[in-house]
Structure formats: C-alpha cells, structure tokens
Design a protein around this ligand. Structure first.
Ligand code: SF4
Ligand code: SF4
Length: 437
C-alpha cells in the first residue's frame, strides 16, 4: 500500500475545502439515497455488490467531506459516517473511482434528483492524482502524451513512414498520383487529428478518412508532432497535465495556421478538446472545432460527397460512445450520417443517450490491472449487440473500437467493428457516377 505524503494529503483535502466549487458541495450532499441509480450502472448490474452503486461512489468522496469539512464529522465521525483519509481508504478509492467507474454518466441521467455522480467521481480522482495515486498504467499513458506528443509514444519517423505508406496505397487506389495525405502543411482549411491507435493498429481508418477528404477535395493536413486527439489527462483528472496536452494541440493548430480543428473519431478526445479544452486553457478557441462526424454530415448535406447506401447492405447497429452522445450531443448527427451510408440499421436496446458504455471508457482500456472487470462488465454490451442480429457494429470512437474488438473475441460475437469514416468511404460514389472510389 502506497504511503500518503502529508502535504499531498492536505492539498487533496483542499479540493473539498474549496468553497468556490459550489457544484461539488451541492452534488456531494444532495444524494437522498433512493437507490434509483443502482440499475443504471454496468458495474452494479454485473457484480451486484452495494459498493458499485453509483451513490456509493459519491459517498466515497462525501464521507471525506463530512470528516474534514463539517463540525459533526470532526467531533463524532462515526455518527455521520465520516471517513479518515488514510492509505487503506485511499486504496479503496482507487479501486472504486478508477477501477470500477468509466465516468460514462449513465447514472447521472437516471438519478432521481440529477446528482452529477460522474463529476464527483472525477473530483475524487483529482484528489487521488494530487496524492500521486493514479494507477501506474493510466499515468504512463498521460506521461507518454506529454513527453512524446502522443499517448502511444510513436516516434515521428515511424508515424511519417506509416502515413507515406498509406498515401502510396491511396494513390494506387484512386489511380491518381495527385492523391495526398498531407503532413505539416500550412494554411489548410482542416487540421485533422487521429487517435494514436490508428497509426499503430488500425491504419485503414486513416485511409478511409483520406478517401473522404479526397472525394470532398478538402484542404487538410495532419501534424507529425501533435496529431493525437486523445487527452487522458481528462481521465487521470490531473488538471495541469490535461491542460498541457490540450495546449500542445492548440498551439500546433496555430503553428500550422489551421482554420478548423477536426477531431478524429474519439469520444473522450472530442469532449476533452471541444468542451473541456477552453476550460483548461481558460480561453475560447479562436478556430472552429468540429468532430469528424459533423464534418462528414456537412459534406453529405451540401452534396460535397455523394453516398450510395446500397453499397453497405449488411445489417448494421450503432454503439454510442458516451462522450460523443450522452455527454456530447451527437445522437442525431451520428444517425444522420449512418442512415445516409447504410441501408439497414437496427438500434440497440437501449440506444442513443441511454446506451450502455462499452466498458472501455474513463481510461479503463489503459488500466490493464482492471482488465478482468472491464471484460465482465462488457458482457452487457455484447448481449445488446447480439440481440440486434447485426453483423456490423459502427462506432465513432477508437477507444470503443478496441473494447468492442476484445468483447467480440471474448464473447464470440462474430461481428465486424467499423468507424463512421469506414462506412462512409465504402459508400462514396466517385464523380457522382455509379462507381465507388
Ligand atoms: S458513471 Fe457510469 S460506470 Fe460510473 S457509476 Fe455512473 S453508471 Fe457506473
Ligand atoms: S439516484 Fe441520485 S439521489 Fe438516488 S441514490 Fe442515486 S445518486 Fe443518490
């Protein structure tokens, strides 16, 4: 068990003592213990233990507030269920707030009085980060992003080689030597970003988006140094680190004088850059920020690209990434694009804003020490997918793609997992003639 530094402990408790954080104080103390959030959480549904009820995760933080910030908690802690912040309790918090919550926000929508449970969980994570108690695997992911520019520590040369190889394939496929995947180009309309899992494991999703840009005759570029759309500082809840990662991308867009930042298919990366980024940097972004899904939706509406959905004629379903849909407002846009690109869409039950997390969110995929729980909770998603009868699962998030691939293997689902760019690229009609690119 890791020792807690006294000064770090006081700094962590200062987060609870901060009277300006009225949201935290309100949401920590508002829970009426009705228990209605229990069945919204895949951890409680999977393990049926009281400690996994979302309200218990709130209580893990609020019991410290009572102990250190209320008179009753200071004089008679056991009477008000106030807890001491010691090594043992901090270790329990790590397992509960990092290891048993994906910060998916489904419980928030189900809470009878609107307690923002995910916000309180993130504050608890921030306390743990202050005490240097973030799980080492998640911290390594953040460190890699800060030290190398991307969370998988892919060297610039390796990334450049991968992109040049994909550009060669694009030239062959388009039968056009002018086809490009531009790198480090200035004054382009679109500054595009990727999840590092793409160059590392799923290069075909880069090819798919390059085909979309080719068909749209887009002015775009990737940066070789800061192309990473993810920000795991959002999940380790170390604000200084999250700010540094957001700033690196912001500065790079400025350096290359991009007009619009296009967030590649990544749920938390979209949220961390679009909604949290201005909060981290304490200023509005002076360039437009759009998700790849919205950009593609715009192309379809304006007729910039033309799709023939008969080219995607299998049965499809959608997995809604929590940070793009429930917490990002993309429900309708994703349906618009998917229904423009495929013939037969069968929704999950529940779907959209109420869909279950895949189990890989909140930094869970990075924390290998919690793999067993992640795959067990993912059975809910596997059952949802199997019930649709779909052969292909579409999800606009590479984190979700990775978790769904592991669920596909574990639960022998026999489905294909694809991104939105992939189904759109497959449906594009070249030159508006009935010929695909
Ligand atoms: S945010 Fe998601 S994983 Fe965390 S307690 Fe709520 S429902 Fe469960
Ligand atoms: S639904 Fe809301 S008020 Fe009820 S126990 Fe859960 S967090 Fe507390």
């Amino acid at each position: 068990m890791k020792n807690i530094d006294i000064q770090a402990k006081e700094k962590a408790l200062d987060l609870l003592r901060d009277k300006s954080d009225t949201k935290l104080i309100t949401h920590m103390n508002a829970c009426v213990r009705c228990g209605l959030c229990a069945d919204s959480c895949m951890y409680y549904l999977t393990f049926k233990e009281a400690k996994y009820i979302p309200a218990a995760k709130v209580a893990a933080v609020s019991s410290l507030y009572r102990r250190y910030c209320t008179f009753a908690g200071k004089v008679a802690p056991s009477l008000v269920n106030a807890k001491e912040l010691n090594e043992e309790y901090a270790a329990e918090m790590v397992d509960l707030l990092f290891g048993s919550c994906t910060v998916c926000g489904r419980c928030v929508k189900h809470c009878s009085i609107g307690v923002d449970i995910a916000y309180v969980v993130k504050k608890g994570r921030e306390m743990l980060a202050t005490m240097d108690m973030v799980p080492a695997t998640l911290q390594a992911t953040v460190d890699a992003a800060i030290n190398t520019g991307n969370n998988m520590a892919i060297p610039v040369e390796e990334f450049t080689d991968t992109i040049k190889w994909l550009e060669g394939d694009l030239i062959d496929e388009m039968e056009n030597p002018e086809a490009r995947i531009p790198l480090d180009e200035y004054d382009k309309e679109l500054f595009y970003t990727l999840n590092p899992r793409e160059p590392k494991f799923f290069p075909l999703s880069i090819s798919a988006m390059a085909k979309v840009f080719y068909a749209a005759k887009a002015s775009w570029t990737l940066s070789t140094k800061y192309y990473d759309v993810t920000n795991y500082g959002f999940f380790n809840s170390n604000t200084a680190e999250a700010t540094q990662i957001a700033k690196n991308l912001y500065d790079e867009v400025h350096k290359l004088r991009g007009k619009k930042l296009i967030l590649g298919e990544c749920g938390h990366g979209s949220r961390a850059n679009r909604w949290e980024g201005p909060n981290y940097l304490k200023k509005s972004y002076d360039f437009e920020t759009l998700t790849a899904v919205e950009l593609i939706g715009d192309y379809i509406r304006k007729g910039t690209i033309t799709l023939d959905k008969s080219l995607n004629n299998e049965v499809f379903t959608i997995h809604d990434p929590c940070n793009l849909v429930r917490n990002g407002g993309m429900f309708k846009e994703i349906r618009f694009v998917v229904n423009s690109a495929v013939e037969n869409l069968v929704e999950m039950n529940p779907y959209g804003n109420d869909n279950y997390c895949c189990g890989g969110g909140g930094g869970m995929l990075a924390m290998s020490e919690y793999n067993e729980g992640r795959l067990k909770t993912g059975k809910i998603k596997a059952d949802q997918i199997l019930a649709t009868g779909a052969k292909v699962v579409i999800t606009p998030c590479h984190n979700c793609v990775d978790q769904l691939l592991q669920l596909n293997h574990t639960y022998k689902m026999g489905v294909k997992i694809v991104t939105i760019a992939e189904i759109v690229a497959d449906a594009i009609v070249k030159n508006n003639k009935n010929k695909t690119i």
